[in-house]
Design a protein around this ligand. Structure first.
Ligand code: ADP
Ligand code: ZN
Length: 223
């Protein structure tokens, strides 16, 4: 059995957040989403939030050093010691190198990078219709994953909203950034022999069952 220190790679709107949440529940590991961490900081009006917002709303990446410091802080918390899934980090080669350093200091290493390869046309379809919970950040989709009652989170009753950066112009920019800057990471982890492509479509059994199957195939241990 292998410890689950995982990276989730995929374009914006590829469904990596949904997979990451499911995998965390299946394995009992911690989810570390840089997008969620930034959005929490924006909501709370912190200095980090103010800085991040100026990049996020243009569809640009927050500078590597800022993002890596936030991740380092998060990975130093005890709940990640039994395994974690990084959702949205690393997104540049420089961040991948920073991550190696952070993990080496903690005596940890990445077990696998899971990659969702989704065509652009499908991405646009998925992003238009996406909503998230304002309280617990759970993701929904009007068509593919609707909440039981409209506009309300199934899990916590929070209000659902559409992210500012899910506007079509910003999505186009984010996809460009993904192709040019983040996609090379697939080769980076591929060369290391730890890249695993996972099916970009959910089966009818749902995300939890799909991710349980991935976890079993890879021999990942639950907490
Ligand atoms: P998505 O994967 O759908 O693009 P995220 O919630 O992961 O959404 O990220 C939203 C935005 O937050 C990104 O477009 C970017 O501006 C910023 N961000 C998130 N993760 C990183 C990162 N690792 N490095 C730099 N910026 C990031
Ligand atoms: Zn919620």
């Amino acid at each position: 059995m292998k410890k689950a220190n995982l990276i989730m790679l995929g374009a914006p709107g590829s469904g990596k957040g949904t997979r990451a949440v499911a995998l965390c529940e299946v394995l009992g590991i911690a989810q570390v989403s840089t997008g969620d961490l930034f959005r929490n900081n924006i909501k709370e009006g912190t200095e980090l939030g103010k800085l991040a917002k100026s990049y996020i709303n243009k569809g640009e990446l927050v500078p590597d050093g800022v993002t890596a410091a936030m991740v380092k802080d998060r990975l130093s918390k005890p709940d990640t010691a039994g395994g974690f899934i990084l959702d949205g980090f690393p997104r540049t080669l420089a961040q991948a190198e920073m991550l190696d350093k952070i993990l080496a200091e903690l005596g940890e290493e990445i077990s696998y990078a899971l990659y969702l390869d989704v065509p652009d046309a499908e991405i646009i379809r998925r992003i238009s219709g996406r909503m998230i919970c304002s309280e617990c950040q759970a993701p929904y989709h009007r068509e593919f994953n609707p909440p039981k009652s409209e506009g309300i989170c199934d899990k916590c009753g929070g209000k659902l909203f559409t992210r500012d950066d899910d506007k079509p112009e910003t999505v186009k920019k984010r996809l460009e950034v993904f192709r040019s800057t983040t996609l090379p990471l697939a080769d980076f982890y591929g060369a290391r022999g730890i890249l695993v492509k996972i099916p970009p479509e959910l089966s009818e059994r749902g995300a939890a069952a799909d991710m349980r199957e991935v976890a079993e195939k890879l021999g990942l241990c639950a907490r």
